[in-house]
Design a protein around this ligand. Structure first.
Ligand SMILES: Cc1ncc(C[n+]2csc(CCOP(=O)(O)OP(=O)(O)O)c2C)c(N)n1
Ligand SMILES: [Mg+2]
Length: 554
C-alpha cells in the first residue's frame, strides 16, 4: 500500500510506543501525526519543543523516548532556534528523537545556514531521508541509536514528507535496543584493584540511571563498603538517606575526593569542571572507569582500568567477582558509614541552620527545607534552574528515588526546568512536579506558561525572587565578578504573581517564612486538579552552596 513518508513516520512512532510529540510549527510531518492520532504537545517555541521531549527521555531513563518536531529545510528558522535545545541534549547525552524538514535535492547551498553540518555537531546520529522507501530503515536506525549504547540525541531530516512508498515492502518492527556486557578480564582487573584499595570511592554518573542500575549500585557499594558520590545529573541514582551516601558537591565530597586512593567511576563521563568535580591528585589515584563506550576513556585523566559495557551488567559482574573472591563477605567493614555520617553532618550544618531560618527576606534554604517537608520525596519530582537554585538544591535536597530530582546541565541552559517539570508531569501524572527557578530562568519560561494552562498540567513553579542574577560564586555582584550585570527589576518593582496570575495560574507572593509551607501546600493541592501554580518567594541574595572540587571562585 502506498503511503506518504509523513504518514509512515507517524505509524512507526505509534509502533514504537510514542504517546505524543512536542512541536513548534511548522514541520511537514505534523499533520500526519494528527491524522494518525499521535497527540501533539504544542510548545511556544522550538527550543522548548526539543527540551520537553529531551527531558521526557531523561526522566523515563530512555525507557520512553521523547520525540519532537520543528521547522527545518531551506527556511530553517525553527531549527536555528531549536539548536539550543539540541546542543543541551547532546551535552547531557539525552536520547531524544528530533524530526525536522530536510533541505530538498536541488536546494543545497541555497541558504547560508547549513542544516546538515549544524545538526551533525549536536547529534549522536543525523539521518537524511534521501528516498521515501528508506523510511523504515532510517527509523530503525534512529531507534537503534536511541535505545543502544551511549545515549544521545538523534536527528532525522525529511526533505520530501509527501513522497510515497510501499508500506508493505519493508514492514517495520519495533527496535528492542541492545546492551553489552564487559570483558571478564577487565572485570577481574577492576576487582583486583578495588579489593586492594585502602580508600575506594564510588563515583556514580547518569549511566547508572539509564541502565536502571540503582539497586545494583547500592548492592555493590554495600558489598565493598565504599562511600558513594553522584554527579549532578545522577543525583538520585543512589538513595541519599543511605549511610554510604556522601553527596553531590560540597566539603564532604571534597574530603572524600581528596582522601580516596581509588575511584570507581560508573556511568560518568568524568568531565571535570562542567558542573562536576575535578579529581585532585589524579595521577596518584587509580581510576577505574566503567562506561558504556570508549568515548570518555582516557579523557582528561589517565584511565587505569576501563570496563566497557552497560552499567547494570558491569555492576552485576563486579559484584559477582568481588563476592566470589571474598566468599560473599566483601571488603573489610571499617567505620565507613560512621565517617560518612560525621562528614555530612559537619559539611551540611551551615545549610541545615538556614533551612529553619526566620530571617526576612526569606533565606532560599528555608524554601528548600520546607519544600522537602511538604513533598512526598518518594512520589514527587523537583528540578532546579541554572544559577543559585541548581547550586543550592544540589547541595542540600534529599533525593530518595531515581528521578525524584532531575539534575541537568553539563552546560546548563536557562529555562530547562519548566520543560523538565512538564515532562515529569507527562511521565508521572500522579506525582507532584516542581521547578525551582530564579528570575533569569523565569524570563525564559514566560512564553511557555500558556502550555500548562492549555494542557492542564498541574506543575508548580517556585520562584526564588531575589531581584538579581545572584549566582555564581560570590554573586555576579561579588569580588571577581562583573558588578554591572546582576541587577534586574525585583519584587519591589514588579509583582510577578499578578502577571502570571492574570494568565490563569494559581499564584501567591510570600514574604513571611512561616507562610512557606502553607503556600506550597496550597499550590500542590491545586495542582492535583490540573491547574498550574506559581509561587514567588521574596528571598535574599544568598550565594552560598557546596563547591565543585577544583573550581575556584570565578
Ligand atoms: C541560556 C543561558 N545563558 C546564560 C547563562 C548564564 N547564567 C547562569 S545563571 C544566570 C543568572 C541566574 O540568575 P537568577 O535566575 O536570578 O538566579 P539566582 O542566581 O539569582 O538564584 C546566568 C545569566 C545560562 N546558564 N544559560
Ligand atoms: Mg535571582
Amino acid at each position: 500500500m502506498a503511503i506518504d513518508v509523513a504518514t509512515g513516520i507517524a505509524r512507526i512512532l505509534k509502533q514504537e510506543g510514542v504517546g505524543w510529540v512536542s512541536t513548534f510549527p511548522v514541520c511537514r510531518v505534523n499533520n500526519a501525526l494528527g491524522r494518525e492520532g499521535v497527540p501533539i504537545l504544542m510548545m511556544r517555541d522550538d527550543r522548548y519543543a526539543v527540551a520537553v521531549a529531551d527531558a521526557f527521555s531523561r526522566i523515563t531513563a530512555g525507557s520512553r523516548i521523547g520525540v519532537c518536531t520543528f521547522q527545518g529545510g531551506v527556511n530553517a528558522a525553527g531549527m536555528q532556534y531549536a539548536y539550543a535545545g539540541m546542543a543541551q541534549a547532546y551535552e547531557d547525552g539525552s536520547p531524544v528523537l528530533c524530526i525536522t524538514d530536510g533541505v530538498p535535492a536541488g536546494s543545497a547551498g541555497n541558504s547560508q545556514y547549513d542544516v546538515a553540518s549544524a545538526m551533525k555537531t549536536v547529534s549522536k546520529w543525523f539521518g537524511y531521508l534521501d528516498k521515501p522507501e528508506r523510511t523504515p530503515e532510517l527509523m530503525r536506525r534512529a531507534f537503534t541509536m536511541l535505545r543502544s549504547g551511549r545515549p544521545g540525541p538523534v536527528i532525522l531530516a525529511i526533505p520530501h514528507a509527501t513522497s510515497t512508498y510501499d508500506e508493505t515492502a519493508d514492514p517495520y518492527r519495533p527496535v528492542k535496543g541492545w546492551k553489552s556486557a564487559p570483558d571478564p578480564a577487565d572485570v577481574r582487573a577492576a576487582a583486583d584493584q578495588l579489593l586492594g584499595a585502602r580508600n575506594p570511592l564510588i563515583y556514580a554518573g547518569e549511566g547508572v540511571i539509564y541502565a536502571g542500575a540503582s539497586e545494583d549500585l547500592k548492592a555493590l557499594a554495600e558489598l565493598v563498603n565504599a562511600p558513594v558520590i553522584t554527579t549532578l545529573k545522577a543525583k538520585g541514582a543512589f538513595p541519599e538517606n543511605h549511610p554510604l551516601f556522601v553527596g553531590v558537591r560540597g566539603d564532604q565530597v571534597s574530603h572524600y575526593l581528596d582522601k580516596c586512593d581509588l575511584i570507581l567511576a560508573v556511568g560518568s563521563s568524568l568531565s571535570p569542571l562542567r558542573f562536576s568535580h575535578a579529581i585532585p591528585d589524579a595521577a596518584k589515584k587509580t581510576i577505574i572507569h566503567c562506561n558504556v563506550d570508549e568515548l570518555h576513556i582516557n579523557k582528561m585523566y589517565p584511565t587505569a582500568h576501563a570496563v566497557i559495557g552497560d552499567a547494570r551488567l558491569t555492576l552485576l559482574a563486579l559484584r559477582q567477582e568481588v563476592s566470589d573472591r571474598t566468599s560473599g563477605a566483601g571488603r573489610t567493614p571499617g567505620n565507613v558509614a560512621a565517617e560518612v555520617k560525621a562528614a555530612r553532618h559537619e559539611a551540611l550544618a551551615r545549610y541545615r541552620q538556614v533551612m529553619v531560618s526566620d530571617e526576612k527576606p526569606i533565606n532560599p534554604y528555608r524554601v528548600y527545607g520546607d519544600l522537602m517537608q511538604v513533598l512526598d520525596l518518594r512520589n514527587s519530582f523537583v528540578t532546579h534552574e541554572s544559577g543559585n537554585t541548581r547550586d543550592q538544591l544540589s547541595t542540600v535536597f534529599d533525593t530518595l528515588i531515581p528521578r525524584g530530582f532531575l539534575g541537568w546541565g553539563n552546560v546548563s541552559t536557562l529555562g530547562f526546568s519548566l520543560a523538565a517539570a512538564i515532562a515529569a508531569k507527562k511521565a508521572f501524572p500522579g506525582r507532584a512536579s516542581v521547578a525551582v527557578t530564579g528570575e533569569a530562568g523565569l524570563g525564559y519560561m514566560l512564553g511557555n506558561l500558556e502550555v500548562l494552562l492549555r494542557e492542564k498540567l498541574g506543575v508548580t513553579v517556585v520562584h526564588i525572587s531575589n531581584g538579581g542574577f545572584a549566582g555564581y560564586g560570590p554573586g555576579f555582584w561579588g569580588p571577581g565578578h562583573d558588578p554591572f550585570t546582576h541587577q534586574v527589576m525585583g519584587p519591589d518593582e514588579v509583582d510577578m504573581s499578578k502577571v502570571i496570575g492574570a494568565l490563569g495560574f494559581h499564584t501567591e507572593r510570600v514574604s513571611e517564612p512561616a507562610e512557606v509551607i502553607p503556600a506550597l501546600r496550597r499550590a500542590l493541592d491545586i495542582n492535583t486538579s490540573g491547574r498550574p501554580a506559581y509561587i514567588e518567594f521574596i528571598c535574599c541574595q544568598y550565594p552560598v552552596y557546596g563547591q565543585w572540587v577544583g573550581r575556584s571562585a570565578e
